[in-house]
Design a protein around this ligand. Structure first.
Ligand SMILES: Nc1ccn([C@@H]2O[C@H](COP(=O)(O)OP(=O)(O)OP(=O)(O)O)[C@@H](O)[C@H]2O)c(=O)n1
Ligand SMILES: C[C@](O)(CO)[C@H](O)COP(=O)(O)O
Length: 238
């Protein structure tokens, strides 16, 4: 499957602190099979022919080491390594603005989702080119409850309509930039990129994700990611 030959740029956001991981080293720099998690992620996009350029957004104290990764691992699609903001949405905004002016379509991807496959990325790109805005997602497997502050269940949403949202999230670049500008103006902070677009009243579609496209968030995610990588013969893209 191929996206229609449009010019795609990717913003990889990796400026978070990884507080839920609880390690002294920020989780994006922890090693998976002897390589930083963030490098695995960047290699996924480096290998994809229809990705024109990548902007990498990292902590301001990490720009130098990431520039070194770019040259050490031959990540020549990375056009800029920039310091991010205090919230994910701020980091995304900084990254989107730095994509080349010829880039019409933009994806945002978490630096800590190293196991995304090229097939899934393509599904997201194709869906976005059809609909203007698309995100990868998988149906939730558990029953999800709403629980109040004293630990009592208040609602059980119908599982049929619940999806766990992943990245990449893909958009016509001008739409995402408009959405982020409006969100900033309204002091709205979302936990993903689609939220900024949804609040403009624009429909965001879902493209089929993979359960293995995990976001490395807490310590038990690390051995699982190692296992998944090993089961792909050390390559993240299969
Ligand atoms: N100010 C921020 C916050 C997050 N991120 C990035 O957004 C992605 C998803 O965020 P998450 O997993 O929540 O990462 P952290 O914010 O680092 O984790 P935590 O919430 O546990 O501190 C990560 O790649 C993270 O580096 C970012 O670029 N800028
Ligand atoms: C964008 C995201 O990865 C979609 O699942 C997620 O919302 C990031 O949220 P976090 O709170 O920054 O982990």
């Amino acid at each position: 499957m191929e996206a229609a030959g449009a010019k795609w740029g990717v913003v990889v956001v990796a400026a978070g602190r990884g507080t839920r991981m609880g390690t002294s080293t920020s989780k994006q720099y922890l090693l998976l099979q002897d390589k930083p998690i963030l490098v695995h992620t960047l290699e996924r996009f480096q290998a994809m022919d229809d990705i024109t350029e990548v902007v990498l957004v990292v902590g301001k104290e990490d720009t130098e080491r990431c520039e070194q990764f770019v040259s050490e691992y031959g990540l020549h699609k990375v056009k800029a390594v920039l310091a991010g903001g205090s919230e994910r949405q701020h980091s995304v905004t900084i990254g989107i603005q730095a994509l080349g002016s010829h880039i019409e379509w933009a994806m945002v991807h978490d630096g800590v989702r190293p196991l995304v496959t090229a097939e899934a990325v393509h599904r997201c790109m194709v869906k976005a080119e059809e609909t203007e805005a698309a995100v990868l997602a998988v149906p939730v497997k558990d029953t999800i409850k709403q629980v109040n502050e004293i630990g009592v269940i208040t609602a059980t949403p119908d599982r049929q309509s619940l999806w766990a949202i992943q990245t990449p999230q893909a958009f016509r670049r001008s739409l995402l930039q408009r959405a982020l500008a409006q969100a900033a103006h309204d002091q709205f902070l979302g936990t993903d990129d689609a939220m900024a677009v949804e609040r403009l009243g624009v429909q965001v579609s879902v493209a089929e994700g993979d359960y293995t496209n995990i976001k490395i968030t807490t310590p038990e995610d690390l051995p699982y990611a190692e296992f998944l990588l090993a089961s792909r013969g050390g390559r993240g893209d299969k």
